[in-house]
Design a protein around this ligand. Structure first.
Ligand code: MOS
Length: 735
């Protein structure tokens, strides 16, 4: 039987999704369902002085209006609200807790009605009076009011002196605006109260995280709360922490003792966490032979007034380039906004954007080809920890990516390539992300009919977790993939961390091996008990499961079918559950890498920019499924196009409010913005990182893409735009 691992298997949940059989959190329909609609704050800071819900309550069909005054009891200590992914420092936001207003879009009331339309109309009738307080929402205005957080990487040598003494220097500031996740599926929760127990369907990347959180917030026993999220229409980090809609749905269900659904509108989702705006300052010094002498990276990023959220923006240069002197600083500015949160490749999408634009600018100052500069500076070790990599095929990414793109035909001079009325620009960048693995528990139930159920409490956020787990289980159990069913997205299943950081594939797939081996051992015992067993005397590692049989590895003729073994042993099922603990290995750095090449065409008169070609060459260990992996990387590149060209949450700082809280005015790439994208997976066997050699994909798809495009725009136009997005007004006046 051919191996499923590595093959381009179609999504096992594909049919359920395209036929509508897959139910999302807002799809759950049950009799007596009550609909909740959120009333949000229109000011960013202050107190509620009065809420008048009388007009709303007077509307036929309205059941109740919950506020901080009449809501059911909630915990009164910060610990209860700290979820697995909460920042270490700060007081997590408590939905509908008291009269304090901490950000615009904060939920202040929940209208509960017999149908959604009534709830929505009634919400418009709720009158709220405020006691306003002065607010700040502008990072640029507050940039000097930041405070330093722990540096992500240790300094080396003397970066200031190294920079001062360098033969060629580049220093500049880059800016990435606030961005929102905008997953296709809206955040929603359906909470079902049944005689002291809660069943909650929530859009989340971590069912057990939400379950623990709800137990804390509502002081409930673990077995009284079950959280389910079998399918998700995109998460990208927005669903890592429990969002407020789940608290509101539970409050409604507790108040009414009826099932309640709360679904946010697209506009309301701009009141959730976001990628923090950040100012990134890079200073690179090189000697005349074109290697780095000094690297400095400082980031100033946004958090809320009440929690300190930060990710590693500045340390990535250590993983890519050698430099004897280096220094990294990171400070946070507190603004009156919701706490910023993880968004696809948090820290790297922003930090590597700045780093890779700066490297391009340094290459120009050195009159060196940008790929050549990266090869000259290439580091085979993680510079901050001085560790070798488990594997690093980044050189091969540069080589394969450049060859596919045709980089050798590039003319170095800006504005030197054109096609008709368009200037043509070619740019490139490197990408890097972590290859993480977390402890996870997997349960396998094998039944006598040769079917196996593989279960863990992961959430498939749309990336293909169901599919890759089915592939790995099919190979390890020796069954056809159609005989495998994967169960995910239920807090009652075996322990699994949140689905984020690109760590789920390595975590759950490697965790299949141990229970699969245990199932094989149990089967072998049954097979040995079969009359005149051909496997008598065999040990668990002498046999394999293949084609529905348990077979001697030495002699394929010695075999017992799974069905025969189980039937003769009168075993209806074999159940095994094991935890993969993941030993901490501090002897290697673990990373995925990429090289991105981009072509833009810019209308010389109008400044209209088209990203006509992108090649992304990725080295990410073993690729489990070429089809879903390719889709992930395509999505990452499309998002990188959005980051470079479109995405920007715009605030009216006078009101502290988002102005473009909809996907008509918050621009994301559409079909017309996406042209030729080529993804290359560079072969990268890795025997060190984990038994299956999995590094994980997802985040790496976006890292570096915006930089490659920004560098291409410079090459086309001679105009360096450092603040994203690169809108046409920023390039139309050419140098
Ligand atoms: Mo990950 S930040 O959940 O895309």
């Amino acid at each position: 039987m051919a191996s499923y691992i590595g093959s381009a298997t179609s999504r096992v949940d594909g049919t359920a999704k395209v036929t509508g059989a897959a139910k999302y959190a807002g799809d759950v329909n049950i009799p007596g369902l009550v609909h909740g609609y959120v009333v949000e704050s229109t000011i960013p800071k202050g107190r509620i002085s009065r809420i008048d819900a009388s007009a709303a309550l007077g509307l036929a069909g309205v059941i109740d209006v919950l506020t901080h005054r009449n809501r059911p009891q909630m915990a009164d200590n910060d610990d209860a609200y700290k979820d697995d992914v909460a920042p270490e420092k700060g007081s997590p936001y408590r939905p509908l807790y008291d009269d304090k207003i901490q950000f615009c879009g904060q939920p202040l009331a929940l209208v509960l009605a017999e149908d959604w339309e009534t709830a929505r109309v009634a919400a418009s009738l709720v009158r709220i009076e405020y006691q306003k307080e002065p607010h700040v929402t502008d990072l640029h205005a507050q940039r000097d009011n930041g405070f330093a957080i722990d540096a992500p990487a240790k300094p080396r040598g003397d970066a200031e002196q190294g920079f001062a003494a360098a033969a060629v220097r580049h220093a500049a500031e880059y800016f990435i605006p606030t961005e929102h996740h905008n997953p296709m599926e809206l955040f929603a929760s359906t909470a079902i109260w049944d005689d002291g127990k809660l069943a909650v369907y929530d859009k989340t990347q971590g069912v057990q995280n939400v379950q623990k959180y709800l137990c804390g917030v509502f002081r409930m026993k673990p077995d009284a709360v079950r959280v389910m999220s079998p399918y998700m229409g995109g998460g990208f980090g927005a669903g890592l922490r429990p969002q407020y809609e789940v608290v509101l749905a539970v409050l409604g269900a507790l108040a009414l003792k009826r099932p309640v659904r709360v679904m946010l509108t697209r506009a309301q989702m701009y009141g959730l966490g976001h990628r923090p705006a950040s100012i990134e300052h890079l200073a690179l010094g090189a000697n005349s032979s074109g290697t780095l002498d000094s690297m400095r990276h400082e980031a100033i990023a946004v958090t809320s007034q009440f929690e300190e959220f930060a990710r590693n923006d500045t340390g990535w240069g250590n993983l890519l380039y050698k430099s004897p002197n280096a220094k990294f600083e990171h400070s946070l500015v507190k603004l009156d906004v919701p706490t910023s949160c993880d968004m696809r490749a948090p820290g790297a999408a922003t930090g590597v954007y700045a780093l890779e634009c700066a490297m391009d600018e340094l290459a120009i100052a050195l009159k060196t080809d940008p790929v050549q500069l990266r090869l000259q500076c290439y580091s085979d070790r993680d510079q901050s920890e001085d560790l070798p990599y488990t594997s690093k095929q980044l050189r091969e990414c540069y080589r394969r990516g450049a060859a596919e793109f045709g980089w050798d035909k590039r003319k170095a001079e800006p504005r030197s390539m054109r096609e008709g009325s368009e200037l043509v620009g070619w740019g490139m960048a490197s990408g890097v992300w972590e290859a993480l693995q977390m402890p996870a528990t997997v349960r396998i139930v094998l039944t006598a009919n040769g079917h196996a159920e593989v279960a863990t409490a992961a959430s498939d956020i749309g990336t293909g977790t169901y599919t890759i787990m089915a592939q790995v289980a099919a190979d390890m159990l020796g069954l056809p993939i159609d005989n495998i069913s994967v169960k995910l997205g239920d807090s009652t299943l075996p322990q699994c961390p949140v689905e984020g950081g690109s760590w789920i594939a390595s975590s759950v797939c490697n965790a299949i091996a141990n229970p699969a081996r245990a199932v094989r051992g149990d089967l072998l015992e049954l097979a040995k008990a079969v009359k005149d067993s051909p496997l008598a005397g065999a040990g668990v590692d002498d046999v394999a499961l293949t084609d529905g049989r348990i077979v001697s590895k030495r002699d394929a003729n010695r075999a017992v079918s799974i069905a025969n073994a189980m039937q003769s042993g009168k075993a209806e099922r074999i159940t095994r559950e094991e935890t993969n603990k993941v030993a901490e290995d501090k002897s290697h750095a673990r990373n995925v890498h990429s090289a991105i090449f981009a072509e833009v065409k810019v209308d010389e008169e109008l400044g209209v920019i088209r990203v006509t070609r992108v090649v992304n060459a990725v080295a990410a260990g073993r690729i489990l499924n070429l089809k879903t992996a390719h889709s992930q990387m395509m999505g990452g590149v499309v998002w990188g196009i959005g980051m470079a060209m479109h995405e920007e949450t715009l605030f009216d700082h006078r009101f502290g409010r988002v102005m473009n809280a909809n996907i008509a005015e918050y621009h994301v790439p559409v079909n017309a913005d996406v042209h030729d994208i080529k993804v290359i997976f560079v072969d990268e066997p890795d025997k060190t990182i984990n038994p299956l050699g999995i590094k994980g994909l997802g985040e790496i798809g976006i890292v570096g893409v915006a930089a490659a495009i920004a560098n291409a725009v410079y090459h086309a136009t001679g105009k360096r735009v450092r603040d994203l997005p690169i809108t046409l007004n920023k390039v139309v006046q050419f140098n």
